[in-house]
Structures are given as structure tokens and as C-alpha cells.
Write a protein that binds this ligand. Structure first.
Ligand SMILES: Cc1ncc(COP(=O)(O)O)c(C=O)c1O
Length: 392
């Protein structure tokens, strides 16, 4: 089946965070929303059909998760090169909740937790909100938008009593897909200083050629023993509204500890629809995903070409993974607040200010391109016209 990602879908007035929460988040509701990691495409037919079939049985009592749910996860990961054990999978109602659970389950108040900034901001909240100590190691921008870990700084911080490292792989917002070499270096240092790795791999299906995602825990038994991995179909298939994710660890002690924590909070039930959607996605999603990636790749090319031709003062680099573009707006010669104000008031765009992800992002904005090309074209034209007006 061929999917049409150009099909426009009216999302305004559907109680949708991305389109209906702009007034609250940005002060206006007449903006083109290209912010939160949510795609404007229809959820694929095989998920909708599975949900509809379940609804035909008009009783929605407590569900149990069938063995086929876990097999679907295992088979999806197997097709992507990682052999897992269904006995080591644990359900969580979302990855951000799972990271918060992990912080509480595996560390104590005051413990140091390391992150690589700029990074998905809920990592910082998960550390700060539970009274742990946030330690940051800045990624290094080689100047052309390619970011790498500063391993000297990373090691120095790990050596200073860090208990947990929260990794973002692929990395949101800088779009890196970490190489085997980089992952090995990271893992060896975490083993050396006995630091637990919390590996958020929610974007692991959103990878663009020639890059290849390597599940951190798949690299060696030692890494697997030191790691808890988080995956979900929510970004890949745009089903974040169904709150379903998987937490995996080959280490039985970590697995049991996490499972106990989640059970004690009574949040392991999830919803019948979340379970059905996850299983359908991981069972039938390969073809749809292949087409989605091609479409998003085309959106990346469109934005890069447009910036190059018409807005050369804004620079970007093609993401290796995720559907987020990280735009370097330093050429606008504005402060961080002025850039944000300009994007909202002059260009009519709701984009995430880069400073949200750490001070390294002050002069950047994050652009979500998982939308129809026509929406993106309008957004780029808005931006070009706003800059023309600014420059008189
Ligand atoms: C790195 C990362 N982790 C987690 C999430 C959200 O996960 P969930 O909706 O399952 O809590 C996002 C959403 O953008 C993300 O980018």
C-alpha cells in the first residue's frame, strides 16, 4: 500500500496539544505549530483498524496484556538487530514517566545524574524534581551543526561520583545517531565508573540513510547488564495519546527493581487501546515506516534547500535521526528572547526556543518537520517574509 503523507488533516479544535495549546504556550493561537514532537499525519490504517475491531466488542473492562503484545516488541527489535527476552520487558505509561520512575527506583536524594546538553528538557526535570543533583556535560558543536560528546569532560564528570547517565539515542534536539565507536566509548566509561545507563531510545525508528541505529544494550553483555532501555511506538507511529512504552533490561536485578517500583505505584495497567495500538504498530508497521522516513527526508531536503537559497543567515544540518531540525539563528543577530519573539510575532511560527534544551541552545530553535510539505512551505515563506521585513 502507498500512503499519502501530503494529505492535509485538520487538527485545530480537536483538543490537540500541538494545534490547540499555542495560546497557552506561545501567547497566540494563529500560529503554524511546528513545536512538540507530534506528527500531523494520520495514524496508520493498521492501527486504526485494530482499534476499531476492539471497539466492536463493546465492553472495555480491565485488560490483561497478551503474550502476543511482548512478542510483537521482541520481533520488531529482532528485525532491527537486537535480540531481547520478553521476560525482561516492563510496560510503562510513557517514556518520560519511565525516566522519572527510574530516577526514583535507582538513585537516592542528592545523587548525581549526568546528561549531555542541549537535550530533551524533561531529562532535567526528572533529575531536579526528585531532589537529585543535575550534572551537565555539553555536547560540542564542530561549527557546522555536527555535535559530538566531549569525552574528556564526560569522563571527568563521571569520575566525580555520578550514579546515573541519561542518554538520548538518537539525540533530541541535535539529531545525532551515535556511531558504534561513540557508543562503545560511552559504555566503557560508564562501566569504568560503575554508572548506570538510562538509555532513552524513543527515536530509534526515525533514522535516515546512511545512518544506522545501534541499540546501546545490544553492543555487549557488559553494556546490557549496566543499562535500562526505553522504547515506544509513540513517536514512530504518532500514538503518544495512547501512553504506551516498554522498559527493558537484561539485568534481572534492574528489571525486577523497576517492575516493583512501577507495580507499587499501580501504574502498570495502561489502557486496552494503548496495548492494541502498540502490538499493531510493531507487527504491521515496517512498510508504513519506510514510506514515512522517505517523506520526512524530503522535508529535510526542502528546508535545507530553502534556507540555503533564501534565508542563508539561518544555518542547519540534515538530522541523522528524529524529525526535528536544529536551526542556528545566530546570524539573525538577536538575543535568545528576541529570536523567540521574532518567530512568534513576526513569522507566525510556534517553534521550540533552543534555550529550553540548555544554555547551549540560546541562539537556536527546534523545528518539527513531521508535517505535510504544504504546511512546511507556508512556514518557510512566513519566515522568509519576516526576515525581509526586518531587513527593510
Ligand atoms: C527523547 C524523548 N524521550 C521521551 C519523549 C516523550 O515520551 P513519552 O511521550 O512516552 O513520555 C520524547 C518526546 O518528544 C522525546 O523526544
Amino acid at each position: 500500500m502507498v500512503y499519502n503523507f501530503d494529505e492535509l488533516v485538520e487538527r485545530k479544535n480537536t483538543d490537540c496539544e500541538k494545534w490547540d495549546n499555542c495560546r497557552e504556550r506561545f501567547g497566540r493561537d494563529d500560529l503554524l505549530p511546528l513545536w512538540v514532537a507530534d506528527m500531523d499525519f494520520k495514524t496508520p490504517d493498521f492501527i486504526i483498524d485494530a482499534l476499531k475491531r476492539r471497539l466492536e466488542h463493546e465492553v472495555l473492562g480491565y485488560p490483561v496484556r497478551p503474550a502476543s503484545f511482548y512478542s510483537a516488541v521482541k520481533n520488531w527489535l529482532h528485525r532491527r538487530g537486537w535480540e531481547t527476552d520478553t521476560q525482561r520487558m516492563c510496560f510503562s505509561p510513557g517514556v518520560v514517566p519511565a525516566i522519572n520512575f527510574a530516577v526514583n527506583a535507582f538513585t537516592d536524594a542528592g545523587d548525581k545524574i549526568l546528561i549531555n546538553t542541549p537535550v530533551y528538557h524533561p531529562f532535567m526535570h526528572a533529575v531536579n524534581n526528585h531532589g537529585r543533583t543535575l550534572v551537565k556535560s555539553s555536547l560540542v558543536n564542530s561549527g557546522d551543526g555536527h555535535y559530538t560528546v566531549d569525552f574528556d569532560d564526560f569522563e571527568k564528570k563521571l569520575a566525580d561520583g555520578v550514579k546515573m547517565y541519561i542518554m538520548c539515542s538518537p539525540h533530541n534536539p541535535v539529531g545525532r545517531v551515535w556511531t558504534l565507536d561513540e557508543l562503545k566509548k560511552t559504555g566503557e566509561l560508564c562501566l569504568k565508573y560503575n554508572v548506570l545507563v538510562i538509555s532513552d531510545e524513543i527515536h530509534s525508528d526515525l533514522i535516515f540513510k546512511p545512518h544506522r541505529h545501534i541499540y546501546f544494550a545490544s553492543i555487549s553483555e557488559e553494556f546490557a547488564r549496566q543499562t535500562v532501555t526505553f522504547i515506544a511506538p509513540s513517536k514512530t507511529f504518532n500514538i503518544a495519546g495512547l501512553s504506551s512504552s516498554i522498559v527493558y533490561s537484561d539485568n534481572i536485578v534492574l528489571h525486577e527493581k523497576f517492575k516493583k517500583f512501577v507495580n507499587n505505584l499501580s501504574v502498570s495497567a495502561g489502557t486496552v487501546f494503548g496495548d492494541i495500538a502498540l502490538e499493531a504498530a510493531y507487527t504491521h508497521g515496517d512498510n508504513w515506516l519506510g514510506q514515512l522516513l522517505e517523506y520526512i527526508d524530503g522535508n529535510f531536503e526542502y528546508v535545507m534547500d530553502y534556507l540555503d537559497r533564501y534565508i542563508p543567515c539561518i544555518k542547519t544540518r540534515k538530522p541523522e535521526g528524529t524529525y526535528m531540525m536544529w536551526l542556528d539563528c545566530s546570524g539573525l543577530n538577536m538575543t535568545s528572547s528576541q529570536i523567540h519573539e521574532f518567530m512568534v510575532s513576526k513569522a507566525g511560527l510556534a517553534v521550540n526556543p533552543g534555550r529550553l534544551f540548555g544554555s547551549e541552545g540560546e541562539l537556536f530553535v527546534r523545528l518539527n518537520v513531521a508535517t505535510q510539505r504544504a504546511v512546511l512551505m507556508k512556514a518557510m515563506d512566513n519566515l522568509r517574509n519576516a526576515i525581509k521585513q526586518k531587513n527593510g
